[in-house]
Design a binder for this molecule. Structure first.
Ligand code: PEP
Ligand code: MN
Length: 288
């Protein structure tokens, strides 16, 4: 038996959570969002504003990400804000705007659910439910999401280890919902030059340890617009199955996360560059 160098305690090697482990599905899981398959050879791009603010903002932003080549539309109707006095999202009205944007653009919608009491309502409007970083260990919410038939986008807690993250996903799978996509979105470190530190290590580690698809959010991971494109490209090069990118038609007016949101032209250029990076690693970008 292996021992630690400075103690006689045996090193206990646990298998880790069972249902999410790679060995339980070595071929990998494909998460299907209305026919868009995440986790295969194709890379899936989700893009849109941080928050749904009004009809015009969402409609313009949705049309620009669609034109740029995104497959899913993102946008929060329920926003987890650090201050209770910041814009909290439009709630149900925002969900209705997302549904209209879906009809207008043909894009499926991913949006955040923050509370067990919202799951049924959000699931009526959304095609994929996002569980945010701050709720990664909200165990009742994870269980409720596990009872939903909608695919789940589970973001990594900003202070969560890979083990804690995999256990959070296990909560969802243990309730019967195997349609879970993981999303690295940056962790807290001593570094203050960026909003978070995007942990690119998480991509290959997660791909080795679980069969679930792994995407990256370079917007929250950096917090700085000019860093989003380089880290998006690095994420694809490192093996990510997709990206979640904040794009706003007028970032300077955004009610939330404007300084990390791409302008539509920047998003379009990024998509062109990503096509080349994807090709270099033997993959293609999904197009609607
Ligand atoms: C978001 O995607 O807008 C968001 C709030 O992300 P996170 O939960 O990763 O902070
Ligand atoms: Mn945001």
């Amino acid at each position: 038996m292996e021992t630690n160098a400075c103690s006689i305690e045996p090193v206990v090697k646990t298998e880790g959570p069972a249902l999410v482990s790679k060995s339980s599905r070595p071929g990998g899981t494909i998460v299907d969002v209305n026919g868009i398959r995440i986790g295969g050879r194709e890379i899936v791009i989700m893009a849109g504003p941080c928050a749904v603010e009004n009809e015009e903002q969402l409609s313009h932003s949705a049309r620009s990400v669609r034109a740029g080549g995104a497959s899913l539309l993102r946008g929060g109707a329920f926003k987890p804000r650090t201050s209770p006095y910041s814009f909290q999202g439009l709630g149900r009205e925002g969900l209705e705007m997302l549904a209209r944007a879906r009809n207008e653009t043909g894009m499926s919608v991913v949006t955040e659910v923050m509370d067990t009491r919202q799951v049924a309502t959000v699931a009526r409007y959304a095609d994929m439910l996002q569980i945010g970083s701050r709720n990664m260990q909200n165990f009742p919410l994870l269980k409720e999401a596990g009872m939903s038939s909608k695919p789940i986008l589970l973001k990594r807690g900003m202070m969560a280890t890979i083990d804690e993250y995999l256990n959070a996903a296990e909560y969802i799978l243990s309730q019967g919902n195997t349609q879970v996509v993981l999303c690295e979105r940056g962790i807290r470190t001593f570094e203050t030059s960026t909003r978070y530190t995007l942990d690119l290590n998480a991509i290959p580690i997660l791909k080795q340890r679980t069969h679930l698809p792994v995407i990256v959010d370079p917007s929250h991971g950096t917090g700085i617009r000019s860093l989003v494109a380089p880290m998006a490209k690095a994420s694809i090069a490192a093996g990510a199955d997709g990206l979640l990118v904040e794009v706003h038609y007028r970032p300077d007016t955004a009610l939330c996360d404007g300084s990390q949101s791409l302008y539509p032209e920047e998003f379009k250029k990024l998509m062109e560059d990503l096509t080349k990076v994807a090709h270099a690693v033997g993959r293609t970008i999904h197009v609607l």
